[in-house]
Design a protein around this ligand. Sequence first.
Ligand SMILES: NC(=O)c1ccc[n+]([C@@H]2O[C@H](COP(=O)([O-])OP(=O)(O)OC[C@H]3O[C@@H](n4cnc5c(N)ncnc54)[C@H](OP(=O)(O)O)[C@@H]3O)[C@@H](O)[C@H]2O)c1
Length: 339
Amino acid sequence: MALDLNHKSILVTGGTGSFGKQFVATVFEKFPDVKRLVVFSRDELKQYEMSQTFPHDKFPAIRYFIGDVRDAERLKRACEGIDVIVHAAALKQVPAAEYNPMECIKTNIFGAENVINAALDCGVKDVVALSTDKAAAPINLYGATKLCSDKLFVAANNMKGGRDLRFSVVRYGNVIGSRGSVVPFFLQRRHTGVLPITHPDMTRFNISLEEGVDLVLYALEHAWGGEIYVPKIPSYKITEVAAAIGPNCRQEIVGIRPGEKLHEEMITETDALSTVELDKYYVILPFTPRWNVDDFIRHFNGKRVADGFHYNSANNDDWLSAEQIREEIRLHVDAEFKI
Ligand SMILES: NC(=O)c1ccc[n+]([C@@H]2O[C@H](COP(=O)([O-])OP(=O)(O)OC[C@H]3O[C@@H](n4cnc5c(N)ncnc54)[C@H](OP(=O)(O)O)[C@@H]3O)[C@@H](O)[C@H]2O)c1
């Protein structure tokens, strides 16, 4: 049966973030009879600003709930009567995580544990947690905390007993135009005539916010519990992004920064041992005895990936050219963008 979130109560942690706002917009568009849509985050100003776009009088299902995912009690209160949790709250700036490691650990790992406990205690039916490519073979603290979070959500399925409850994870790469990412940085710098390039060979995955939301909705509709969903998405070279945004700019090589990879990875060779390929997605399945991979393959018409498979932003078949990147920026970041 197709996903129907009408008459359901949904809580989105990090609801005021880039993903959260797009998620809320999509839910109201696709499921206008949603019963309750709770935005859970810390900062009252972001919630106030969001309430200008989604005011309570026009969107009676919306609730703005101030809270911190580190605060288990508050989270549990917010989850009363909730059917679906989408967990998007995170600290995600790599340098900030390196400098303030315990803060990142408290939000991304202890926060994940609190979301799991609240779901177990409050009769929630589906939980989807957002992960990142940086969680696959992590080299920085942010990625390492998201890997821990992924492990917690996958393992949470072992604790649910007889509950009708599924925990799954979606993992994806750079969201075009998201705060602190390369596209807004280059857009801001292009007037100087020089764009700093960390490494001429550097590659990244590219996904739009809308595609990220679609992936979460797919997981909500299809998860059995324990899957990590990875979308098939294109890559770009950083030099192509620079060419797209500042074709006349000089590209200055500044060197790779601490905690950065040359290429991002979404599925490691070890993950691939339990990875199934579907039409638009890969699914990393848990290594637990109660999982029958053959049943999953039959049910979703999937196939096992080949021996030695791994999915990183350098070995991708799908690449964005400078012209396609310009189009992505116009579509998803800045409709006025011109070169
Ligand atoms: N953006 C990307 O390129 C990308 C790529 C892959 C995966 N992801 C993942 O996608 C998710 C959403 O990312 P995003 O781009 O939407 O991030 P974002 O724009 O930075 O938003 C983060 C949200 O989390 C909230 N938050 C932070 N700490 C919190 C806490 N302790 N308790 C409650 N809320 C908290 C923030 O609001 P307050 O500050 O007001 O609390 C904000 O609403 C994250 O899990 C991230 O790891 C992002």
